[in-house]
Write a protein that binds this ligand. Structure first.
Ligand code: ADP
Length: 336
């Protein structure tokens, strides 16, 4: 519905631009022709030079400006159209992969339920089936929540709870929560560095960022994953390096992977499930914290490093960080 609406909007904008362009062109032709004819009529009584050169040069310049204007307008419309078409393609991919992700755990839950209903299943097997169904429903729950969270983020409907935190304490806590969540053994992790700094953080949303990065490091690694996390700081920023030994990312995709719904589709990628929302979500959360996220990779099969920068409290973006803290306080008092 929304897609058809935006399509018709694009078409309407395109038609309007064409009409405006044709209108402008007709006015110009009319103006040029009438001026030229009038001046030609009175030309006999005036100096020849002034009659022929003045209107021609002026009209020529106006004409050129108009043509450049039209070219720029058409370029802008065309660019918007291609961006829109790209977004639509990503959206279609998203729908396809989400539908698949919703259907497969549902199908397996249905299968277990039918087996339990129609067959005589031993107690041990029954317990195993129940556990598998619980896992599938947790997977469904995670997927649905992640989609809902992104839409709430976009509609600014998330109540954030920002606090000034000791970066070393909070970041290690978030990392160990993620490791526990994905059952990553300590032997697969190499954690180093210290920030000795304070930052302003909303724990829940930053936890999501860490979960996404760790989840991706596991998903996009063919061999047993090795992850290195390094914490650092300079005068203004806390910097977190999040490296894996996975499939790596081609330089041309460094920016692309943070786009909404985008999933890289090359033969190097293992066929793992996803929605293309994780990194988009991470980028938006980091942006809300006044920071930025980027990626570096030596190339395919050479691993990837995600770099997060967060402003150190009281060194930069003071006004912005204070406004985050204030907005949380306000929420707390209105909730009480
Ligand atoms: P999803 O994992 O659901 O596809 P993301 O937004 O988390 O969506 O990631 C977007 C794309 O970026 C992924 O489809 C994958 O191709 C690429 N990517 C993300 N993390 C990594 C990583 N650690 N190593 C290699 N490629 C990655």
């Amino acid at each position: 519905m929304k897609k058809t609406h935006s399509h018709s909007l694009m078409i309407a904008a395109f038609v309007l631009a064409q009409l405006a362009w044709l209108g402008l062109l007709s006015i110009w032709i009319y103006w040029y022709v009438s001026n030229y004819l009038i001046l030609e009529k009175v030309g006999v009584s005036l100096d020849d030079q002034a009659i022929i050169e003045y209107p021609n040069v002026f009209a020529f310049v106006v004409g050129i400006i108009m043509i450049v204007g039209i070219a720029v307008a058409i370029f802008v419309i065309f660019r918007n159209l291609t961006v829109q078409m790209k977004l639509n393609r990503f959206y279609d991919n998203f729908i396809a992969s989400v539908t698949h992700e919703l259907k497969s755990p549902l199908a397996s839950i249905q299968l277990y339920l039918e087996t339990l209903k129609y067959k005589n299943v031993k107690e041990e097997k029954r317990k195993e089936f129940v556990n598998l169904m619980l896992q599938d429903s947790a997977r469904l729950n995670r997927l649905i929540s992640s989609i809902l969270e992104v839409s709430r983020l976009e509609q600014k409907r998330i109540a954030y709870n920002y606090h000034i935190q000791d970066a070393d304490i909070i970041l290690s806590k978030l990392l160990s929560n993620s490791m526990e969540h994905f059952r990553v053994p300590l032997t697969s992790m190499q954690i180093s560095g210290k920030t000795n700094a304070k930052c302003v953080i909303d724990e829940d949303s930053m936890q999501n960022v860490f979960d996404n990065l760790l989840g991706n490091a596991i998903k996009y690694s063919k061999s047993p994953v090795q992850i290195a996390v390094e914490f650092k700081s300079d005068e203004k920023n806390i910097i977190i390096y999040f490296s894996d030994n996975g499939i790596g990312i081609d330089k041309k995709n460094f920016k692309k992977i943070f786009l909404k719904f985008l999933r890289l589709d090359d033969e190097n990628s293992p066929s793992v499930k996803g929605t293309g929302l994780g990194l988009y979500w991470a980028k938006e959360i980091i942006k809300l914290h006044g920071g930025k996220i980027s990626v570096a990779s030596e190339g395919l099969d050479k691993g990837s490093t995600f770099i997060i920068e967060l402003p150190i409290y009281n060194t930069q973006k003071k006004f912005y960080l204070k406004s985050l803290l204030k907005s949380s306080k306000k929420k707390v008092t209105t909730e009480q």
